[in-house]
Design a protein around this ligand. Structure first.
Ligand SMILES: [Zn+2]
Ligand SMILES: [Zn+2]
Length: 345
């Protein structure tokens, strides 16, 4: 079968690899029908060393179950399923609390070196705890939106939930990538009236407005902070959803958060050390939260609004390709020519 491998920074190839097969009684084998490239795939695309490659890529996919191990009971051959970006057993203490990304038995797809979603097929461990059945046809026009449940929509929603967004909170969103835009949609869904989107790519911020942003601030750094403060009576917003992961975005976040407010991060931090002292978090009684989104916890909650057409998170996909076009897709996303690339293997 064919699959995407990253050999090092900037070097993505699609090659033949051994077929994925069922190995454990709790596995399912899924033939991938839709997959995509994630903004977080761009981090290794920038920095991966050749010694650690090649790595199988992809952690967001929808597909058809081709077979199941003897202990799998919730999905069966022929089912269309969506896979979250983390594998979870569904039964351990953290899964029962809804914190699927801290599952004691699962993990991220990176820990499955022979599997990846940007491929023709995937062996899915803990199929009962990980996969969610989709009751739609394989060729449904809803597929791009349903695919966002595997990561970007659930991640944007997690940011908003962790940040405590509700109808009484004003919200800033830092980042106009897919997660940032879907954080806007999520903040709107949770009732926020003022939603300030910080981003400077106009096609994206236009989509952000469609998703519910009331204001767009294109400026960055001190200028951006000043703009947000102007829009909020000088105080900043109750909640800041940070969907980038680089240090300037974090600095922007504590620059625009209102005293007593919350910064919720879902952009994977590309730093370990960051200010938390009087001038950043402590002085304003700021809460810092966020982390990898346990998207499995949100799929059933978010799916009905996609199925009934209330929301269309799949609008974040602006490019579709087959497996051959995946290396180009990485390049297009890296150069910000494409917002998010949908793959139909
Ligand atoms: Zn992702
Ligand atoms: Zn678990």
């Amino acid at each position: 079968m064919r699959a995407t491998l990253m050999y090092g920074a900037g070097d993505v190839r699609v090659e033949n690899v051994p077929d994925s097969v069922i190995k454990q009684p709790t596995d399912a084998l899924v033939r991938v029908t839709s997959s995509c490239i994630c903004g977080s795939d761009l981090h290794p695309y920038h920095s991966m060393s050749r010694d650690s490659g090649p790595a199988r890529m992809g952690h967001e996919f929808i597909g058809i179950v081709e077979g199941t191990g003897s202990e799998v009971s919730t999905v069966r051959k022929g089912d269309l399923v969506v896979a979250p970006f983390a594998i979870s057993c569904g039964t351990c203490v953290f899964c029962r609390e809804g914190l699927y990304t801290s599952c004691l038995h699962g993990g991220f797809w990176d820990n499955e070196p022979l599997e990846g979603g940007q491929a023709e097929a995937v062996r899915v461990p803990f199929a009962d705890g990980t996969l969610v059945k989709l009751n739609v046809a394989e060729d449904s026009a809803l597929m791009p939106s349903l695919l966002t449940l595997s990561d970007v929509f659930g991640t944007g929603y997690h940011a908003a939930v962790q940040g405590g967004v509700n109808e009484r909170t004003s919200v800033s969103v830092i980042g106009d990538g897919a997660v940032g835009l879907l954080a806007v949609l999520s903040a709107k869904r949770l009732g926020a009236e003022q939603i300030i989107l910080m981003g400077r790519h106009q096609a994206r911020t236009d989509l952000g407005r469609e998703f519910g942003a009331t204001d767009v601030v294109a400026e960055r750094g001190e200028e951006g902070i000043t703009k947000v403060r102007e829009l909020t009576g000088g105080h900043g917003t109750h909640v800041v959803l940070e969907a980038v992961g680089h240090m300037p975005a974090y600095e922007q976040a504590f620059g625009i958060v209102r005293p007593g407010g919350t910064i919720s991060r879902v952009g994977v931090p590309q730093y370990e050390d960051a200010p938390i002292g009087f001038g950043s978090l402590f002085g304003g009684n700021i809460t810092l939260t966020g982390g990898p989104a346990p998207v499995r916890a949100y799929i059933e909650e978010l799916m009905p609004d996609i199925l009934n057409g209330t929301i269309e998170p799949g609008k974040v996909f602006d490019t579709t390709t087959d497996l051959d076009g995946v290396p180009e897709g990485y390049q297009a996303m890296d150069e910000r020519k494409s917002l998010k690339v949908l793959i139909r293997p």
